[in-house]
Design a binder for this molecule. Structure first.
Ligand SMILES: [Zn+2]
Length: 447
């Protein structure tokens, strides 16, 4: 089935950052051709989408989200990180059943797609993770995802979440077997130990072995908050990223969320071994973790993506907000030339794809790549009259500007409406499941 996106401004994020007005033709789920001046003949094309007044660009890639936590939006505001986890997020995650987890994933996927995010790296909760993969399979979002793993003898971990080491590895292996490269390769698996304080060294060593034996990724949190770094040092006598590296969790198949506390030496080491970091500016600000040194990470040669993290620490999963925050925070120390719009846009597209090892398939508009393509209106009241397309996208664009979203060439958002999810039904189910899961967890929900 052919599809033509007609007359947009193509912002390619390719190696030379080409921008031109023209058409983009999708065939068999891939970008078949694109060119300036609307030269494409629409005869024989099944569908034509009008992209005039829009930027046509690669879909946003978010390299760290938690679909399992979307239902907890607004239930854990204004708390410090470790309290946020222990008093709210862990009890709430422990109270999830497959139904509430599916409702959470559906709401998150609906929000992400509607806002132009086409690929995520997702960390789940401990149990029922098939529900997240089923939601991803049905809605059409591209994802690398995995159940979280936590086996530490920490008394603050609720019974519903603490696992035995062998159990945790076995459950991850089974999910990896079912879902890695499923849905025509659109879904992949990531072994996801939550963070060093919730995992034994035996589990972390096992993760490195099991993930590599199966060609899966590894996804965890590290170097997030000063208090967490102090607690890790008390326990291990070293920083988390150094302990993780000593256990085999470093390299191009590893994504560490945050990296706020990285030292210059750690940045150099991670640039050399290829360990990826996901910058989560909104979550880092809301949880008082600080501001990651994005330009220093990039200057050192590290591969860095962007992510919204969880709904309870953000409070939305809007890729445009993360992009704007990343771009503005990079300039906060006085250098207004730091991270120009064109470079910032790469963070949210091709660099995110590189972080996930998917840059051969998605992240830029190039002939032969999978057609994960979005059309974003550039002519709103808040974006006109001036500015380059890249500047409009980084500094002014909003989720509601996203008009069309394709993943693998399939139209998942058409004229602002979701095609694979019923937004009203998703919201109604999410509201009722949120009340039930909060009651099971003993957490009060604001009216
Ligand atoms: Zn996170």
């Amino acid at each position: 089935m052919d599809l033509l996106l007609r007359g947009g401004t193509l912002v390619t994020c390719d190696p030379t950052n080409r921008v031109f007005v023209g058409d983009l033709l999708v065939r068999d789920g891939r970008i078949a051709s694109m060119g300036p001046d609307a030269r494409h003949d629409a005869r024989g094309v099944t569908r034509v989408l009008d992209a005039r007044g829009c930027a046509v660009m690669p879909g946003l890639v978010q390299a760290h989200v938690h679909l399992c936590q979307v239902l907890f939006r607004g239930m854990a505001d204004d708390l410090p990180l470790l309290d946020w986890l222990r008093r709210r997020i862990w009890p709430l995650e422990a109270a999830h059943d497959a139904r509430s987890l599916r409702a959470s994933a559906d709401l998150g996927i609906a929000e992400l797609l509607r806002g132009g995010t086409t690929t995520v790296l997702d960390m789940g909760t401990v149990h029922h993770h098939d529900a997240v993969f089923e939601a991803l399979r049905d809605a059409g979002l591209r994802a690398v995802s995995g159940k979280t793993m936590m086996d530490a003898a920490d008394p603050t971990i609720p019974d519903g979440l603490r696992e035995r080491t062998d159990e945790s590895l076995r459950a991850s292996d089974a999910l990896c077997h079912r879902w890695h490269r499923a849905a025509d390769g659109r879904l992949r698996y990531a072994y996801s130990p939550r963070f060093i304080l919730s995992c034994t060294t035996e589990l972390l060593r096992g993760v490195a072995l099991h993930a590599r034996a199966r060609g899966a990724m590894i996804h965890t949190h590290a170097a997030e908050h000063p208090d967490e770094r102090a607690a890790v040092n008390l326990l291990h006598g070293a920083d988390d990223v150094d302990v993780l590296a000593s256990l085999g969790i470093a390299g191009p198949d590893v994504v560490l969320a945050h990296g706020v506390q990285l030292t210059p030496k750690q940045r150099r080491r991670m640039a050399a071994d290829g360990t990826r970091v996901c910058h989560c500016p909104s979550a880092n600000m809301k949880l008082g973790s600080g501001v990651a040194k994005l330009t220093k990470m990039r200057d050192a040669g590290m591969i860095v993506g962007l992510g919204a993290d969880g709904a309870p620490c953000n409070n939305n999963l809007d890729g445009w907000v993360e992009l704007r925050h990343a771009a503005l925070l990079a300039k906060r120390l006085g250098d207004t030339t730091a991270l120009p719009a064109r470079e910032a846009l790469r963070l949210a597209t091709i660099d995110g794809a590189r972080a996930l090892g998917l840059d051969g398939e998605v992240g830029s508009l190039e002939v032969g790549k999978r057609a994960d393509v979005i059309a974003v209106a550039l002519d709103g009241l808040h974006a006109e009259p001036g500015g380059s397309p890249e500047a409009k996208l980084v500094y002014a664009a909003q989720s509601r500007d996203v008009r069309h979203v394709l993943v693998d060439g399939r139209t998942l958002v058409h004229d602002g409406g979701l095609t694979t999810l019923d937004a009203r039904a998703v919201l109604a189910t999410a509201r009722s499941e949120a009340v039930k899961v909060a009651a099971r967890a003993g957490v009060s929900v604001a009216p």
